[in-house]
Design a binder for this molecule. Structure first.
Ligand SMILES: NC(=O)c1ccc[n+]([C@@H]2O[C@H](COP(=O)([O-])OP(=O)(O)OC[C@H]3O[C@@H](n4cnc5c(N)ncnc54)[C@H](O)[C@@H]3O)[C@@H](O)[C@H]2O)c1
Length: 348
C-alpha cells in the first residue's frame, strides 16, 4: 500500500486502505459515523465498505440522488437536516463514499456543519481518486455556475481502494483519466511518456503517481494563490464548456469537457509558442484517440464564451490560463485574449 502525506492528513492507496481505515477509526474516538453515498455507491460500494470496516455497521447512511445537477445547496439542506435529526455533534465523522459530487458536497456540508466537523473521503470513481478527493476543495454549483459556493477544507484521511473501479463504466473511467493526462502534461514528462505506452487507463501505480503529483503542488499552495493554479490546465475552457452544455441539457462529463479544454488550450499554448508543433500534435493525437469530439453549435460557443468571462480563475479582465510549457512543465499565462480562445474554438 502506498501512503502519501498531505498537509495534515494521509492518503492511503491500495487494497490495504480499508484495513487502515479500521485502525484510523479505532485510534480516533468519534461519537458516531455518517456515510454519504448515492444510489450507485450505495449498491456497488457500501457493501464492500461495511464488510471490511465493522465499526461502520452502526453508521447512519445518508443516500442522495446521483448527478452533477444534485450538487446544490438544496441537497446540502437535506444532509444538514439529516445530520441534525440524527443528533450529529462536533465529534461526529462524515464519510464521503462516492465520486467527486459526493466528496465536493460532503466536504462542504462537513466544513460548515456546527462550524466544521471531521470528514474523510473514500473515492469510488477514477476522477475522485486522482483529483476531487485530494486537495481540500469542497463546494456546490450555484445558479448554473460550477463550484460557485464552497470552502477549502482538508479531510482527515483519504482511503483509495482501486477495487471500487471495477463496477465503473468505461466512459466514467475515461472521465477520470482526463485529469491523469492533465497532471502528466503540466508536471511530469516521464509520466506522460509512461501513459502513452500503457494500455490500461488505471492501475495502482498510475493512481499513486497522479495523486503524488497533485499533492506535491497542493501542499505548496493550499489556497491557490499561485502555484496551484497550474492544475487548471484545460479547465478554463473545459469548465465553461461543461457549464454551457449542462445549461443546454446536453450529456457531458467533467473529464470529457476537460479533454476538449486541453485540446483548445494546447492550441493556445502553441500559438503563444509555449509548445512546438510536434508537441501539439503529440497531445492532439493522444487525446483525440481516447475522447470523441464534442459537437459545438454556435449557441454552445456563445455560451462558452459567456461562462469563460465568469470564471473564478479570472482576476479582473485578464484571463489567466495554465498552459503547458514544453510537455511536463507549465506556465501561468496572465492575459489570454478572447480572440485566442475564439481561434482555438475554430481549430477544435
Ligand atoms: N474538489 C476538487 O478538487 C475537484 C476536482 C475535480 C472534479 N471535481 C468535481 O467532481 C465532480 C465529478 O466527479 P465524478 O466524475 O466522480 O462524478 P460523480 O460523483 O457524479 O460520479 C459519477 C457517476 O458514477 C457513479 N459511481 C461512483 N462510483 C461508482 C462505482 N464504484 N461503481 C459504479 N458507479 C459509480 C456515481 O453514482 C455517478 O453516477 C464534479 O462535480 C467536479 O466539479 C472536484
Amino acid at each position: 500500500m502506498a501512503t502519501i502525506k498531505s498537509t495534515n492528513y494521509s492518503i492511503y492507496i491500495g487494497e490495504k486502505s480499508l484495513p487502515t481505515l479500521v485502525k484510523f477509526l479505532t485510534k480516533n474516538s468519534y461519537t458516531n459515523y455518517f456515510i454519504i453515498c448515492d444510489e450507485h455507491t450505495f449498491e456497488k460500494c457500501l457493501p464492500t465498505l461495511l464488510f471490511n470496516v465493522p465499526q461502520l455497521h452502526e453508521a447512519e447512511i445518508i443516500e442522495l440522488e446521483s448527478g452533477e445537477d444534485k450538487k446544490t445547496l438544496e441537497t446540502c439542506l437535506q444532509v444538514w437536516g439529516a445530520l441534525t435529526d440524527a443528533g450529529a455533534d462536533k465529534k461526529s465523522l462524515l464519510i464521503n463514499l462516492g465520486g467527486g459530487v459526493i466528496s465536493d458536497l460532503g466536504g462542504f456540508v462537513a466544513s460548515t456543519f456546527k462550524r466544521g466537523i471531521h470528514f474523510i473521503n473514500i473515492p469510488t470513481t477514477l476522477l475522485s481518486m486522482v483529483d476531487a478527493s485530494v486537495g481540500g476543495k469542497t463546494g456546490v454549483d450555484f445558479e448554473g455556475i460550477k463550484n460557485h459556493i464552497g470552502t477549502t477544507s482538508q479531510p482527515k484521511g483519504v482511503f483509495v481502494n482501486p477495487e471500487f473501479l471495477k463496477t465503473l463504466s468505461e466512459r466514467q473511467i475515461k472521465n477520470g483519466f482526463a485529469e491523469v493526462i492533465k497532471i502528466a502534461l503540466i508536471a511530469d514528462k516521464e509520466f506522460w511518456k509512461e501513459l502513452k505506452s500503457v494500455k490500461e487507463f488505471y492501475s495502482e501505480k498510475i493512481i499513486t503517481k497522479a495523486i503524488e503529483l497533485k499533492n506535491t503542488i497542493v501542499k505548496k499552495d493550499l489556497y491557490e494563490n499561485d502555484l496551484r493554479k497550474c492544475l487548471n490546465f484545460g479547465h478554463n475552457i473545459g469548465h465553461a464548456l461543461e457549464s454551457a452544455l449542462i445549461e443546454q441539457k446536453k450529456d457531458i462529463l467533467h473529464g470529457e469537457a476537460v479533454a476538449a479544454g486541453m485540446l483548445m488550450e494546447a492550441d493556445i499554448a502553441n500559438t503563444l509558442k509555449r509548445i512546438n508543433v510536434k508537441e501539439l500534435k503529440e497531445i492532439l493525437d493522444y487525446i483525440n484517440f481516447i475522447y470523441p469530439k464534442i459537437k459545438l453549435s454556435n449557441s454552445t460557443k456563445e455560451l462558452l464564451l459567456k461562462y469563460i468571462l465568469h470564471d473564478k480563475k479570472n482576476e479582473g479582465d485578464a484571463l489567466c490560463f495554465s498552459l503547458p510549457k514544453n510537455i511536463g512543465c507549465y506556465e501561468l499565462y496572465n492575459g489570454v485574449k478572447i480572440e485566442l480562445i475564439k481561434n482555438a474554438l475554430v481549430n477544435y
